[in-house]
Write a protein that binds this ligand. Structure first.
Ligand SMILES: [Zn+2]
Ligand SMILES: [Zn+2]
Length: 463
């Protein structure tokens, strides 16, 4: 059994009303691993347990048909043995000292030390905060911080006088000559490797490869189980260095802080009962970045239907030079007569400058590593209010890039800006040899949950 729960999915240094910052809980073969640990992750973990318990209990109330869903396993603290931090930005590690304390205070020393992995600085970060806050675990349980280093990194010493009373001497893990950390950690259920990815600070992506239990046999239909590979990337504008490890990922978790293009947003009510139209709505006005989108209910947003060309003209900009979040025009899919040149890839440039990706960059990388499924996360707070329409737009951009023959989808504005209409499943235009059932893309929310069965596609649940 392999599953991944998203405990936080927001970019930025602080949680939003609707989203926490980044954390993911990976469940492989009865063992839990936490990937990133933003502020409030402990509370998100407790909330996840509550939601799973509620779901399982509601399942036990027999439906009229008598059909019951299989209960989801309740994540137990005692099963959480390892934490992986991608980088030292606040929205990825600020909850770690708190969650670590909570964990150690609630686990037995006999279950072995908690293993923490992360970039240079993670060891001193934890040690400093625990010292500065006079945190005592009141337990014999221990933790160990293992830093992933390159030859140019300084080692943080583990000397008794400096270490926390609950800290064990950590390992200094230097990358190989190829710049990768192969099999940096192994358990009875999975191996972990890591690679560097481009961000504003040193940043890592982790690759978890499950083991196949030795008792597992091919089933009657001849299906033989294969190891699952979960690739979980930190923030990045270019993850290509980890591609050798990530090839053939069963699930790729890739940030999509921005969209390459912009979304239409009406100012008035456009209920989904309205007939789908290929014409631009008349009551749409531009809203600049950071505009007054708060307080606008989901029902105010243009409903996305398969028949609607949902993308706006890419060249529209606000008069003050800001890149608008929403535009006031929507192109028809046949607007090839428009000879205006595509604008510079402004949102992509913005993303790359900040060390981040757009949804289509994530889709392009999914294509490059031949991933089976793609989870988009780490969304900018500018995409508020979030709703199904916005989520589908992220998914559509990613799938268009995934299905494109363009190696890194550089021609994104030409494709998206021409108002390419989403296919009936919002998945873009399939390329040659495309097998729709083999590719999944999901813009996650907090408490999105995906189960990766031995065979077949991932099963998504919103808890
Ligand atoms: Zn981040
Ligand atoms: Zn970051």
């Amino acid at each position: 059994m392999i599953s991944l729960s998203f405990l936080g999915s927001s970019a930025g240094v602080a949680p939003l009303l609707s989203r926490a910052c980044t954390a993911g809980l990976l469940h492989i073969g009865g063992q839990l691993s936490l990937i990133d640990c933003a502020e409030g992750t402990q509370r998100q973990f407790l909330s996840l347990r509550h939601r799973i318990r509620q779901r399982n209990e509601s399942n036990l109330l027999a439906t009229p048909s008598g059909i019951r869903r299989i209960p989801l396993p309740l994540p137990a603290l005692s099963s959480l043995k390892s934490i992986f931090i991608t980088h030292m930005h606040l929205d990825h590690c600020m909850g770690l000292p708190v969650f670590l304390t909570y964990l150690l205070c609630n686990t037995r020393a006999s279950s072995g030390p908690l293993e923490i992995f992360g970039p240079p600085g993670i060891r001193l970060f934890i040690r400093s905060i625990l010292h500065q806050t006079s945190t005592n675990m009141w337990t014999d349980a221990k933790y160990r911080v293992n830093e992933l280093l390159t030859s140019s990194d300084d080692v943080t010493p583990c000397e008794e006088d400096d270490m926390h009373s609950s800290e064990l001497i950590g390992r200094d893990l230097f990358c190989g000559t190829d710049g990768l950390w192969r099999q940096l950690h192994a358990t009875s259920a999975f191996d972990v490797s890591a690679g560097p990815i481009v961000h504003r600070v040193p940043c890592l992506g982790y690759v978890f490869t499950s083991h196949i239990p030795s008792t597992t046999q091919a089933n009657d239909s001849g299906y033989s189980p294969v190891p699952k590979k979960i690739v979980y990337l930190g923030d990045t504008s270019d993850p290509s260095a980890i591609a050798p490890l990530a090839q053939g990922a069963s699930l790729l978790v890739h940030e999509a802080t921005f969209l390459d293009d912009v979304l239409p947003r009406p100012t008035g009510k456009l209920k989904s009962k309205s007939k789908p139209s290929s014409k631009a709505p008349q009551n749409v006005k531009p809203v600049t970045d950071g505009g007054k989108s708060e307080g606008v209910g989901d029902e105010d947003i243009l409903p996305a239907t398969p028949a609607e060309p949902v993308l706006p003209h890419p060249s529209k900009q606000t008069t003050d030079g800001d890149v608008p979040l929403y535009h006031d025009a929507i192109h028809s899919p046949n607007s090839g007569s428009d000879k205006s040149p595509p604008p510079p890839d402004s949102m992509r440039n913005k993303a790359v400058t900040m060390g981040h990706s757009t949804a289509s960059m994530a889709g392009a990388f999914a294509r490059r590593i031949d991933a089976r499924a793609l989870a988009l996360t780490h969304f900018s707070s500018r995409y508020r209010p979030w709703n199904n329409f916005v989520a589908k737009e992220f998914e559509r951009h990613a799938m268009l890039a995934w299905n494109s023959e363009d190696e890194d989808f550089r021609g994104v504005e030409n494709v998206l800006g021409r108002g390419v209409v989403a296919s009936s499943n919002s998945s873009g235009s399939p390329g040659e040899g495309f097998q729709p059932q083999e590719r999944q893309v999901k813009a996650v929310s907090d408490f999105s949950y995906v189960e990766l069965p031995e065979d077949g596609p991932g099963r998504w649940t919103q808890l």
